[in-house]
Design a protein around this ligand. Structure first.
Ligand SMILES: C[S@@+](CC[C@H](N)C(=O)[O-])C[C@H]1O[C@@H](n2cnc3c(N)ncnc32)[C@H](O)[C@@H]1O
Ligand code: SF4
Ligand code: SF4
Length: 321
């Protein structure tokens, strides 16, 4: 099957036509009447992670709480996501692969509209209804391990290769299910090209976003300026060289040269409303998927934001709060 857009073929697009129409209607309602209806979803399926990465926003606001049951999520998917015609939902955590029962129910009730973002340190399971896996690799092995812990790169690589060597899924070779995501920061930015080349021809796609700090002076922030611009230009060069492999659009990645999100901790240009973001208890996260349901929690700095999932919408003309 030929990929037409974001890894989707003609049959996928035909099957999902009602969702594309729904997105068009939602965008029109926003533009004409300022009605905000989410088009996409993001869910923390659990409150547990096996790693403690140095750059991670999730640990900043984590409290000791239980996860929900698979039946609770079944109800939320039906009452919220499917009722509101949310198109693609991204499952995060914590580490979502620690709750395979919840991933299963999302894939069952939102078939081919579920992405799982994972650290890839556990074997990757095949789900019939999965769209694809986003596997986080934060640079080449040495630098990735300084961020994510010694031996984590090797474990993730082993699990990716294990998955790829398995049988096709829905008529597509297994490598098609693996997309890499790298969060660029002050310590790993020099490995963008090497990581891209290392995985080219092995996985389906690679995408880049930038670290989003929650406090000024966060040492992992890669500040705006010439050095950061050079990295963005490198990604644009790679995109031109490998247009089907590098997933960022030139317009989206160019936004990363400056502030595209907001003022202080307030989203302005960022369409935070467009992604319905729930935490592990099914509570609405504010202002966005890296925020929190607790209004007293530490907040991401919109003016230094590097997130891909919202900036891609801005690049497509979906903006505002
Ligand atoms: C919180 S993790 C949850 C899923 C899974 N545990 C993983 O690591 O992929 C989701 C994604 O957010 C990214 N991330 C974590 N902290 C971030 C930050 N401060 N700014 C931007 N992205 C961040 C991670 O690198 C990962 O790709
Ligand atoms: S594996 Fe994911 S959730 Fe866990 S600490 Fe790392 S980035 Fe955060
Ligand atoms: S995605 Fe970025 S700009 Fe948008 S609300 Fe979150 S932190 Fe702010």
């Amino acid at each position: 099957m030929v990929d037409v857009i974001y890894g989707r073929g003609v049959t996928d697009i035909l099957r999902e036509m009602p969702y594309y129409i729904s997105i068009f209607k939602k965008m029109t309602m926003y533009r004409l009447f300022h009605v905000k209806q989410p088009m996409y979803g993001s869910v923390d399926v659990n409150n547990v992670c096996n790693l403690h990465c140095t750059h991670c926003y999730w640990w900043l606001n984590r409290k000791e709480e239980q996860d929900m049951s698979v039946e609770d999520w079944r109800q939320i998917i039906k009452d919220v996501f499917n009722k509101q015609r949310v198109f693609v939902t991204t499952l995060v955590g914590g580490e979502p692969t620690l709750r395979q029962d919840i991933l299963e129910v999302f894939c069952e009730l939102m078939p081919h509209r579920v992405c799982v973002v994972t650290n890839g340190t556990f074997p990757l399971k095949r789900y019939d209804g999965l769209y694809f896996y986003w596997v986080s690799l934060d640079g080449t092995e040495k630098v990735h391990d300084t961020i994510r812990g010694k031996g984590s790169y090797a474990k993730t690589k082993e699990n990716i290769m294990g998955y790829i060597s398995g049988p096709p899924r829905r008529g597509k070779p297994a490598y098609k299910d693996i997309w890499l995501t790298m969060t660029i920061n002050s310590v790993n930015h020099h490995t963008v090209e090497e990581l891209t080349e290392e995985w080219r021809g092995t996985v389906n796609k690679i995408g880049f976003q930038f670290h989003t700090p929650f406090v000024k002076g966060d040492p992992l922030t890669f500040p705006f300026g010439e050095e950061r611009n050079r990295v963005v230009d490198k990604i644009i060069e790679l995109k031109k060289k490998y247009p089907d492999y590098v997933i960022n659009s030139v317009k989206q990645i160019s936004l990363m040269k400056g502030n595209w999100g907001g003022i202080g901790t307030t989203p302005v240009q960022c369409p935070s409303w467009a992604i319905l973001s729930l935490d592990h208890m099914g509570r609405l996260k504010q202002p966005c998927c890296i925020g929190s349901a607790d209004s007293k929690s530490l907040k991401p700095l919109c003016e230094d934001c590097g997130l891909g999932c919202y900036s891609i919408l801005v690049a497509q003309g979906i903006t505002g709060n």
